[in-house]
Design a binder for this molecule. Structure first.
Ligand SMILES: Cc1cc2nc3c(=O)[nH]c(=O)nc-3n(C[C@H](O)[C@H](O)[C@H](O)COP(=O)(O)OP(=O)(O)OC[C@H]3O[C@@H](n4cnc5c(N)ncnc54)[C@H](O)[C@@H]3O)c2cc1C
Length: 320
């Protein structure tokens, strides 16, 4: 019996959401009195042995150029092979793009119960009960997994990373890698931007900013804070900002430590993508804007007056 954690990598680096999954999985293994092992696919340049700091004992690697990009079917088959080989009874993913693609497929392949969107450690006092977000983060459900093999996909930014000072054993796992059915021929990445899905600080703009010509308001504050930028859906639909910045029910769901919403009304479809943020700051000239009900801090005022003052204050504080 063991516990297996899937590690997600991009450009050879382990993603922050996977470090959360590592800390979470290692704690679950401790509660189950078993050991935590992990699997990573593709060529990774990070020091994998150092990931022992997050509590994992052994890391299985399958190095192969064709695994540098996610192919859900190929990945699922390999993770299943590793899981069977180590006798994993619990498998942990981050509930990010890769986790959402692989975990359900793995669940079918291993006939394993899956809870996606987990937000807390499982309760093992009476079976195996996992707390998860439901209704776009408006409520929680406690779900009991009753299968022999259990899969949990942990919501990003819902479990704190903890470190110790251990070293993990790293071992190449011998497996036949199928030829992926899809091939990534080129990737086009926005240069120098902080990836929104991994960002701890996010500054977001809505239709209240009137047009793309005013976006320096958002980007200047984001730059001063070291934050990623986001926007509401109409802003992306109107082409003021790229679609990969659109957050909400039909866009990205994010959970940063700080979400600053400028000139966004706070429609439920928008809140569905941001209401797991740890702290929400709303800047809106309408005191009745629904977003204020979800805000930790609110400023009623004209964004064109308020935001430059905040940016200046941040720059002064940081000596920029
Ligand atoms: C099926 C469906 C799915 C959807 N999915 C999404 C989604 O994923 N994400 C999303 O964002 N929306 C989504 N929407 C749209 C959503 O319902 C809202 O229409 C949208 O979020 C509104 O965007 P907004 O707040 O930027 O614009 P508006 O509703 O126009 O609000 C602009 C806000 O700016 C404020 N404002 C104006 N001028 C200033 C100023 N000078 N200073 C400060 N504040 C100012 C106004 O008071 C107002 O509150 C969806 C809708 C549907 C039907």
């Amino acid at each position: 019996m063991s516990l297996l954690i899937f590690l997600d990598q991009a450009d050879g680096h382990i993603k922050k959401s996977s470090l959360e999954a590592l800390s979470y999985g290692s704690k679950v293994a401790e509660l189950m009195n078993t050991s935590a092992e992990a699997v990573v696919l593709g060529n990774v340049t990070d020091d994998l042995a150092a990931l022992g700091n997050y509590g994992v004992k052994k890391i299985h690697t399958i190095k192969n150029d064709s695994l540098n990009h996610l192919d859900a079917q190929v990945y699922t088959k390999l993770v299943a092979e590793v899981a069977k080989s180590v006798g994993a009874t619990v498998i942990i993913f981050s509930n990010n793009f890769s986790g959402k693609a692989i975990a359900p497929r793995l669940s079918v392949r291993l006939k394993a119960g899956l809870v996606s969107g987990a937000v807390a450690l499982p309760d093992l006092s009476n079976g195996f009960v996992v707390k998860k977000n439901v209704f776009s983060g408006k409520a929680f459900a406690n779900v009991s997994i009753n299968t022999d093999i259990k899969i949990i996909a942990l919501n990003p930014n819902s479990y704190s990373i903890t470190t110790t000072s251990n070293t993990a054993e790293v071992a190449e796992f011998g497996a036949t890698v199928d030829t992926p059915k899809i091939q990534v021929t080129a990737t086009d990445k926005p240069e120098g931007e902080i990836p929104l899905s991994e960002a701890e600080l996010v500054v977001s703009g809505g239709r209240g900013l009137k047009g793309p010509q005013n976006w320096a308001l958002v980007t200047d504050l984001a730059k001063a804070l070291g934050a990623a930028t986001a926007c509401s859906r109409p802003v992306a639909d109107e082409g003021w900002r790229p679609h990969h910045e659109h957050v909400g029910q039909t866009g990205l769901a994010i959970a940063p430590n700080l979400y600053i919403a400028i000139g966004i009304s706070g429609a439920i479809q928008h809140l569905a993508g941001v209401n797991r943020s740890k702290v929400i700051v709303v800047i809106n000239k309408d005191p009745e804007a629904p977003f204020f009900k979800a805000a930790d801090y609110g400023i009623v005022g004209d964004a064109f007056e308020v935001v430059p003052k905040i940016t200046e204050a941040v720059k002064k504080l940081k000596g920029l």
